[in-house]
Design a protein around this ligand. Structure first.
Ligand code: HEC
Length: 145
């Protein structure tokens, strides 16, 4: 009699255990479902207008206004930011998306010791595409491609 009883309580303990596991699993799935769209949103790259033909001359003016104070008027860098004419920023290492993301969300210091780059407000994705076209042109002239 006592044998049956202990087996029954063993089964119910087992059952409780698997119930707890199920609850944890459900909780995990709910947490993942909530956090996934947030993560996806934070890495969304701003897209320039379809069909935009980026114009380096327009980009130069925008760069001088919004980026040159740190990256240098001739992209040579300054005491506040790195040169864009560096192998580090060649297209295969920092693609055009890196420019869109740096302007929109800023960039944590990871290659240099200037500190973080803050987001630059007031520029549209089209503006950033123009700036990027200008930087790419100057990079090509400097043999960085
Ligand atoms: C207040 C200074 C400052 C301004 C203004 C600034 N930047 Fe930066 N930027 C930095 C610094 C510092 C870094 C380097 C971070 C590091 O150590 O990797 C950087 C890095 C970058 C990077 C590389 C991001 C990466 O993924 O590593 C890009 C691209 C960039 N800047 C583009 C721009 C553009 C385009 C503008 C103008 C719209 C601009 N920056 C304006 C300071 C600045």
């Amino acid at each position: 009699m006592s044998k049956t009883f202990s087996r029954a309580s063993a089964i119910s303990a087992n059952h409780r255990h698997s119930h707890l596991q199920l609850c944890l699993l459900a909780l995990f799935i709910v947490a993942a479902a909530i956090s996934l769209p947030v993560a996806a949103q934070s890495i969304q790259v701003p897209q320039p207008s379809p069909g935009l033909m980026p114009n380096p001359a327009a980009g130069k003016a925008l760069f001088e206004k919004s980026c040159a104070s740190c990256h240098g008027a001739s992209l040579q860098g300054s005491d506040k930011g790195p040169p864009m004419l560096s192998k580090i920023y060649e297209p295969s290492h920092h693609g055009d998306a890196a420019f869109q993301l740096a302007v929109k969300s800023g960039s944590r210091a990871h290659h240099w010791k200037f500190g973080d780059m803050a987001p630059v407000p007031g520029l549209t994705p089209d503006d950033v595409a123009q700036i990027t076209a200008y930087v790419r042109l100057e990079q090509r002239k400097a043999g960085i491609q």
